[in-house]
Write a protein that binds this ligand. Structure first.
Ligand code: SF4
Ligand code: SF4
Length: 466
């Protein structure tokens, strides 16, 4: 086959970044099509994930989207649970629980997340790259056309591709926005003139631009340069982690003459299908996103040359190097699993036990008490935040101890408070003691009862004087 390209003339190695040319320009990759059992599995998983990404904002639970982050209202709705800004600390436990769960998976199965489930991969490989192949043809045709003159055919295909990419970027951006603006409202917003919803319009434009740039041009550079998870993963790998690797013992010495040397016939097919442009035969590399394209490509070559499959396969470094079985249970797995479980348990327990309202009692700032000619007065400000997605009624009272001065007079101007859904209401409480009666400060208790559940929260306050 002819070799018309810069890409083919240059071979990946461990000393240079293959996607950057010597002169600093971008070496744009053109991964070849590949078929095989791992592609079938990936396609099924990507189909399910795309349905989840797109469908989740449309699912309603209790009248609210299943997942909705309401930034202006400072609330989040997750599968029927409402979280206000006061619950933000819970995100620490949720994120650390899920994060350590991902650590367990990564320690066991390497970059399985990157290759199969990361939205960057799912949209790039499952949607945009596929469309590029439909419009611009297979790898060799794409490379030849890109290096050739600007013919009518080339310009037309490029224009069509970028028009489709722009439309898809616009749609994908709005899938993303639907997690912040309820999907049905978003449909109404985008069908009205931009002047009616400038903020939503500009966010839509911004994310469309970002996604078009990412999927249309930046591509694998997002994984290689920007994503911190790719780098962090090497810290979670050990010699028993399952990775995608090349069986050097079996493959070397590689030779194009099929009757000589090892099983690798140096056909370059594993490199041609790689979306990050690396040669897996050089060993495990940070740029490998675990997509399994090289496994399917090499298995196909092995079958055609009547050799056993698995020259490139999922296995541990220990197995590749020593030929021994990998050890499944390692201390770090238990540690990650325990930390992940702890985070999720604390989150689940706290969510199940938390109150439907938040009570705060503050004293007037810089004014612990007010002195009047005959009396001492303390003023407290109550704030009740309703975390429910419906209005709620609360009953207020102040409990005073028997030892309190006889002249103590407590005034609760609003013993019954109605608080709107996810809103908050403030109300004062006043206490007054005759100066003749004053001896020392004493404690009282503010009690607020939720009429819907009968649950009461209390806060102790002190009555202060000179
Ligand atoms: S696809 Fe297999 S046989 Fe071909 S170069 Fe890669 S490892 Fe060697
Ligand atoms: S080396 Fe193989 S698994 Fe890794 S990114 Fe390239 S094709 Fe995918």
């Amino acid at each position: 086959m002819s070799t018309p390209t810069k890409e083919r003339a240059r071979r990946p190695n461990l000393d240079t970044v293959y996607t950057i040319n010597d002169d600093g320009s971008r070496n744009f990759l053109h991964p070849a099509d590949v078929h095989g059992r791992w592609q079938v599995r990936k396609n099924i998983i990507w189909g399910i994930l795309l349905a989840i990404y797109v469908g989740t904002p449309w699912i309603l639970i209790g009248g609210r989207p299943a997942v909705h982050i309401d930034i202006p209202g400072r609330n989040a709705f997750l599968f029927g649970h409402t979280f206000t800004n006061q619950d933000f600390y819970l995100m620490f436990f949720l994120v650390s629980g899920l994060g350590f769960g991902l650590f367990v998976v990564t320690s066991m199965l390497g970059r399985i997340w990157c290759g199969y489930a990361c939205p960057q991969t799912v949209f790039m490989e499952g949607v945009f790259r596929r469309i590029e192949r439909w419009i611009e043809g297979p790898r060799d045709a794409r490379i030849r056309r890109n290096l050739g003159p600007n013919t009518r055919d080339k310009v037309t295909r490029k224009l069509v591709k970028h028009a489709v990419f722009l439309i898809l970027a616009y749609l994908t951006a709005h899938v993303f926005l639907a997690y912040f603006i309820p999907a049905r409202e978003l449909v109404r917003v985008v069908t009205q003139p931009p002047s009616a919803h400038w903020a939503a319009f500009l966010w839509g434009l911004f994310w469309t631009g970002i996604l078009y740039f990412d999927y249309g041009w930046f591509r694998e550079q997002t994984c290689l340069i920007i994503c911190p998870y790719g780098r962090a993963q090497s810290a979670m790998h050990d010699r028993d982690t399952i990775v995608i690797g090349y069986d050097e013992k079996r493959g070397e010495p590689r030779s194009k003459k099929t009757q000589e040397g090892g099983d690798c016939i140096d056909c370059f097919r594993c490199v041609a299908v790689c979306p990050t442009g690396i040669d897996i035969r050089d060993g495990l590399q940070m740029e490998c996103v675990g997509c399994a394209n090289c496994i399917d490509a090499c298995d196909d070559i092995m079958e055609r040359t009547q050799r056993p499959r698995g020259l490139i396969r999922y296995d541990s470094q220990r197995a590749f190097e020593e030929g021994t079985r990998r050890s499944f249970f390692r201390p770090r797995l238990f540690l990650y699993a325990a930390l992940g479980l702890a985070g999720l348990l604390v989150f689940g327990f706290t969510v199940s036990r938390r109150d439907a309202f938040e009570l705060r009692v503050l004293r007037s700032q810089g004014l612990p008490y007010q002195l009047e000619p005959e009396a001492i007065q303390n003023v407290y400000s109550l704030r009740i935040q309703n975390k429910r997605d419906e209005p709620a009624v609360f009953f207020l009272r102040m409990d005073v101890p028997d030892s309190a001065p006889a002249s103590l007079n407590v005034v609760v101007p609003q013993p019954r408070l109605e608080v709107p859904a996810l809103g908050d209401v403030r109300s004062p409480i006043m206490g007054r003691v005759s100066r003749q009666d004053w001896v020392a400060s004493f404690a009282m208790t503010v009690a607020v009862t939720d009429s819907a559940t009968g649950h009461t929260q209390t806060v102790d306050v002190r009555f202060r004087g000179p």
